[in-house]
Design a protein around this ligand. Structure first.
Ligand code: GDP
Ligand code: MG
Length: 177
């Protein structure tokens, strides 16, 4: 008897972290709703979006959490991280300071979650290649050094958004099955 027949469900909590305005909320709305918003809405209101993904014929629910802009005050609470089994650490390829913050976000993640968390480093806004401040090689090198998956994305034109979330979800599934 397999899990489906028992009606068992997989629910994975995944958190989005990274500096303010790197595109976390837009990555989530692109993934879950296929929407993009040109304006920053700091108080977007939703805590998370749930997206169903099929893996090995099984329905997996990814509950993806977004900050309500509190990262501006370095005050993402432990409740935000509680129970997370996956994380996307996002920086903006056009702002080097957001890349330099990645280490701090990884420390924060380590403080609140155990090491089994599936982690993906995401260099967002790759549509803005003409004003890039962080090379793809630098992103790759950091990901390799820290043992993270790596992807450059654009929430604006959808590049690699779906696949980034799916890689994390698959890794979580692999870890538990
Ligand atoms: P958050 O603070 O990390 O949640 O960032 P937001 O999702 O609110 O995005 C901040 C700003 O960057 C907004 O003006 C977005 O329209 C813009 N933005 C987000 N993702 C992209 C992207 O992939 N490309 C471009 N060009 N702009 C983006
Ligand atoms: Mg946001």
């Amino acid at each position: 008897e397999d899990d489906d027949e028992r009606g068992e469900e997989y629910l994975f909590k995944i958190v989005l972290i990274g500096d303010s305005a790197v595109g976390k909320s837009n990555l989530l709305s692109r993934f879950a709703l296929d929407e993009f918003d040109i304006n920053t809405k700091a108080t977007i209101g939703v805590e998370f979006q749930t997206q169903v993904v099929e893996i090995d014929g099984k329905e997996v629910k990814a509950q993806i959490w977004d900050t309500a802009g509190q990262e501006r005050f370095r005050a993402v609470t432990s409740a935000y991280y509680r129970g997370a089994v996956g994380a996307l650490i996002v920086y903006d390829i056009t702002r080097r300071t957001t890349f330099e913050s990645v280490k701090r976000w990884l420390d924060e993640l380590d403080t609140h979650c155990d090491t089994a968390v599936a982690r993906m480093l995401v260099g967002n806004k790759c549509d803005l290649d003409n004003i890039r401040e962080v090379s793809t090689e630098e992103g790759k090198a950091l990901a390799e050094a820290e043992g993270l998956f790596f992807m450059e994305t654009s929430a604006l034109d959808s590049t690699n958004v779906q696949i980034s979330f799916e890689i994390v979800i698959r890794e979580i599934y692999k870890n538990i099955s």
